[in-house]
Ligand binder design. Sequence first.
Ligand code: GDP
Ligand code: MG
Length: 444
Amino acid sequence: MFESLSSKLGGVFERLTGRGTLTEADVTEALREVRVALLEADVALPVVKEFIGRVKARAVGTDVIKSVSPGQMVVKIVHDELIDTLGTKGVELNLSAAAPVVILMVGLQGSGKTTTSAKLAVRLKKDRKKVLLASLDVYRPAAQRQLEILAGQAEVGSLPIVMGEMPVAITRRALDVGRKEGYDVVILDTAGRLHIDQELMAEVAEVRDVAQPTETLLVSDAMTGQDAVTLAREFNEKVGVTGIVLTRIDGDARGGAALSMRAVTGRPIKFLGAGEKLDALEVFHPDRIAGRILGMGDIVSLVEKAMETIEKEEAERLAKRIEKGKFDLDDMRKQFGQVRKMGDLKGVIGMLPGVGKMAAAMKDASVDEKLLARQEAIILSMTMAERRNPDLIKASRKKRIAAGSGVDVQEVNRLLKQYMMMSDVMKKVSKLGQKGLKRHGIAG
Ligand code: GDP
Ligand code: MG
């Protein structure tokens, strides 16, 4: 299914080639297909709408990079926006509270709460935490026993079952045992229902008030479709959610629920359940889920490769010129662009052989953005001849350049002085580089 979708999109994208920046028409056409892809991945409709709107605003006017079509460029932007929306990776469990820290597991019946409770216990145990599991599922006769068995497999503590005890009473007992027996973490596995009902919400809220959990994890099946919005909103409003666990990503659901739930709650997706076994719990990686939701990984990696190539080519070109002892004002201007990307000159200098120390000494070469923009404007006001041969720039030319770029002559002087300093450093670097090359038997 992914392949056919990808090739269908490929068709659209090939028709959209040949322009410098993304036009509204490019973006609209590409996003029509993206919209279908998101809906097929089970992202809830209102979330899709909002998301598409956001991408559109971000995409129109963006430069299309060399050897990539506008449509492919839009896919890359969609992919990046998906990652941003899904959130940064590796948001760990928050355990910063007095022991025993309480984790409350909530969600619909069959979503994987009990299994995930045991998986978390295994994970925490590896971090040398002493974990107690307690089941509050008093409605299904086998449920408490299920957790007890899993606790045995995980080799962690489990609260002894008392028949007939109600959830709040079990919670109090779990906290009590947790304190008395020196547990670091108490995981409360609540009962679910097939559908959201207010009785369930009231019960979970009551447990929450008693337990004061540090984490309340909403467990949801990756298969959840349009319902994900209601589910996430209800649990977040009535109980309060601190994180999301998406289970069954080992199946073939594309996991659009992740985007829906994240968008509705604003809470991070903390873990992914990837199987029935207790070690099948993964830390959330937004890029992986984004790729899965969009189903266009090949296009994304193509664009990423093209971007890398261009950056590398430009850096290598500059490094070559420095190596030859050539560094004019136009190189300096281009360097400003690189500086913004790389942070400072070290990136380029570091590519030269034998200049590691010099690169370290250049730490202070990073400049602030506004200054960079002004300096770029100054150089742009020079003729090519002046950029190639800065010695030409005498008083009258300086005045012209200052007027052209809207700065005063002192600033032009400062820039030229900075250029002289950089040029000097570059010459030294070049000599060092040559020595390095000789030492390595590369240059003669
Ligand atoms: P609960 O009702 O929310 O407590 O759900 P359970 O933890 O009892 O899980 C219901 C079923 O889903 C069980 O058969 C689990 O083995 C299975 N399950 C849970 N998580 C996963 C997962 O990540 N992948 C797969 N394939 N099965 C899972
Ligand atoms: Mg259960």
